[in-house]
Design a protein around this ligand. Structure first.
Ligand code: CA
Length: 222
């Protein structure tokens, strides 16, 4: 899952980021509302975690603008314990959930899974293409019935391709989605990761599932 996280308190920001990454999320982080809003409209995120009190555009204003633009990315608001009015305002403006500080990262993770599941009735939790099965909740991959052990990065990349079999993704798209925007586009990190996934899948008989499209990128076999 690709998350946008907007929070100006660096202490909270760093522990939440670390926790989310540990759980396999790709996190784009902004420490102010103006940049956060720009990213939220430019990129397709699976969910946005939005602090309310922010320098620049505040969280409620960001939420309001997104919904006015019909941008329906699920939003979880971070609120201080005494900001009841803000929570209500946020829910009225179309927030999907809120969480009061201080909180445990596990709670945020559970809520993220819940809002993404709710927002994507069409998105199945179990993807099954060409003998390969990927469970988005348990994060387990099986090929011909055998478990394929993937790192969280490998899993995210595979999930991204498997969501749209037959569609070609460029290296840049993959890089942005799986690693986040702050990675150097000149690296061959995507190719290396694809090769590792192919090897692991081939060992259990999954041949030719990820196709290279010369000069463009990769696609999952349809
Ligand atoms: Ca704040």
């Amino acid at each position: 899952m690709h998350i946008l996280f907007v929070e100006d308190e660096l202490k909270i920001a760093s522990f939440v980021q670390a926790g989310l990454k540990e759980q396999g999320f790709t996190v784009d982080y902004c420490d102010n509302g103006d940049e956060g809003y720009l990213r939220a409209i430019e990129q397709e995120y699976d969910a946005i975690v939005l602090d309310i009190m922010l320098p620049g555009k505040d969280g409620l204003a960001i939420l309001k603008s997104l919904r006015q633009r019909k941008k329906n990315t699920p939003v979880i608001l971070l609120t201080a314990r005494n900001e009841l009015d803000d929570r209500l305002a946020g829910l009225n403006l179309g927030a999907d959930d809120y969480i009061a500080k201080p909180f445990f990262v596990e709670e945020l993770v559970a809520r993220l899974h819940a809002v993404v599941r709710r927002s994507s009735g069409d998105r199945q939790n179990l993807l099954s293409v060409g003998g390969l099965q990927l469970d988005r909740i348990s994060r387990e991959v099986k090929c011909n019935g055998e478990i394929v052990e993937l790192t969280s990065r490998e899993f995210n990349l595979l999930e991204y391709l498997m969501r749209s079999p037959g569609r070609v993704f460029t290296r840049t798209q993959i890089l942005e989605h799986v690693w986040g925007y702050d990675f150097n586009p000149n690296t061959n990190i995507v190719d290396v990761c694809i090769q590792r996934i192919r090897k692991k899948v081939e060992i259990v008989g999954g041949w030719g599932l990820i196709e290279s499209v010369r000069g463009v990128g990769y696609r999952f076999k349809n």
